[in-house]
Ligand binder design. Sequence first.
Ligand code: NAP
Length: 250
Amino acid sequence: MEESYFKNKVVLVTGASRGIGRAIAESLSLLGARVVANYNKSEKEVTELVDTLKRKNCSIEAYRADVTNGKEVEKMVDFITEKYQEIDILVNNAGLKKDTFLAMMSDEDWEDVIDVNLKSVYNVTKWVSRVMIRQRKGKIISISSLSALRGLPGQANYAAAKGGVISFTRVVARELGRFGIQVNALAPGFIETEMLQSMNKESLEELIQGIPLGRVGTAQDIVGAVLFLASDRADYITGQTILIDGGLGI
Ligand code: NAP
């Protein structure tokens, strides 16, 4: 892909204050895109990211919105279109895990996880797709998970939400295809972020032994696939989910 491809592209990354979303926002911004880094609670972290990148003359700004809240999302999308008139790339990345066996799961644990991982994708994609339909182009990438396909105990809420993201992607890819919009998902395996730190050391070592590539993934492993799907090299790919899991899901 041409290095200059992302220059001035308008990008919205949800959940960009930490982990994978932060790495995606940083990379796109370093490649010249105009990035809106959405966050909800981690203001200090996102401010630090934005300040660091601005010192490198990047175009990036933070925007606080709870992506589970349709009204806040609508306002965020209005803010972006008023300022930049377009949105070229959307990365639905915000996520939350609250693992518990089903018999012990509270309604709140179920709803929070469904809302942050699935309702958010509905909210943000709905408002952004209206902009992309008008401009007759756009790339939408949503972060699902290998958990959607593996049935890991303790993740009924998370797997249901992430499975929903895959099904949603397939439907929306069909709906938006004729407007020149590609809609795809990524399904990471185990990636080194705060989300993974909740796992105990022994289970993690056991898990690594089962990964054909012999290591957990890094946020940069996900960035590579985002850059590909968000570029013109992937113009004929839509409705797909790419596993980035070191082979764990084989
Ligand atoms: P993380 O480090 O826990 O970061 C989660 C991000 O989501 C934070 O920036 C957080 O922002 C944001 N977020 C949470 N609730 C939000 C809300 N209501 N509104 C807006 N933003 C919200 O997670 P990660 O490991 O980078 O994961 C990123 C994505 O990859 C998630 O969708 C996750 O499910 C998926 N994934 C991760 C792994 C893994 O092993 N790490 C594997 C498969 C899939 P604030 O802190 O500002 O609220």
